[in-house]
Design a binder for this molecule. Structure first.
Ligand SMILES: [Zn+2]
Length: 232
């Protein structure tokens, strides 16, 4: 069977809960907490991945009829491959996970700590176009604290994957709970999806808000307090 036929069969034959890809259309499904990865995802090196992606992306451009001998386009396949692996999808590789040191809460600060307006750039895994927004994360120390910039880094690590906003929110929350050894964490993401604004339904004003409230944050009082910090 030719590669194109195999791909065609894969796409057409794939059913999710009885629905085909065409039935699902633009609806964004969220299938689980873990980013769906193949078991052998890291069997080949980053360098090999970049080489393969460059070849395949060149083929996409060629199929679309672009002239790859043009000076402006010649370097694009390699640039895209490098950008995918080293930058915008670098969070797929566990080796890029931020190393986070835990410190004792010497100041005995026992109220919520909020890191707000963390710039968030991710990509929708259904369309491979950007998700742009802000993340707000908060925790109440269980006796341990981490450096503030680490909160940023954790958000960035999980954002640099093909994502679904719900999963991104929960992955950040689960990571914070594990590192900080507490259930008392909150994550709010407020983001625009370019797959909604620049194409498809073309709604430029809507935004998607997702949240995770764990432990002590699971109360109207705490959520209120949190929103007061975020909105001021
Ligand atoms: Zn999308």
């Amino acid at each position: 069977m030719k590669t194109t036929e195999i791909i065609k069969n894969k796409i057409n034959g794939h059913k999710l809960n009885g629905f085909t890809i065409d039935d699902i259309g633009d609806d964004h499904l969220y299938t689980g907490l873990e980013t769906p990865m193949k078991r052998n995802a890291f069997k080949i090196s980053d360098e090999e991945k970049k080489e393969k992606i460059a070849i395949l992306f060149e083929e996409i451009m060629d199929v679309m009829g672009l002239d790859l001998t043009d000076d402006s386009l010649r370097g694009t396949p390699k640039r895209v491959a490098k950008m995918y692996i080293d930058e915008i999808f670098s969070g797929l590789n566990p080796k890029n996970k931020p190393k986070v040191a835990l410190f004792d809460n010497k100041y005995q600060y026992n109220q919520m700590l909020v890191e707000k307006n963390i710039t968030l750039y991710s990509n929708c895994e259904h369309h491979f176009v950007p998700i742009i927004g802000k993340a707000h994360v908060a925790y109440i120390s269980s006796g341990k604290v981490i450096g503030l910039s680490k909160l940023n880094r954790i958000v960035q690590y999980y954002a640099k994957r093909p994502q679904v906003q719900e999963r991104l929110t929960n992955q950040i929350a689960e990571e914070l709970k594990t590192i900080l050894q507490t259930e008392d964490v909150a994550v709010i993401i407020d983001a625009k999806h370019l797959c909604v604004s620049s194409r498809g339904i073309k709604d430029d004003t809507s935004a998607t808000v997702t949240s995770y409230y764990g432990g002590a944050f699971n109360s109207a009082l705490k959520i209120n307090e949190l929103y007061n910090y975020i909105n001021n």
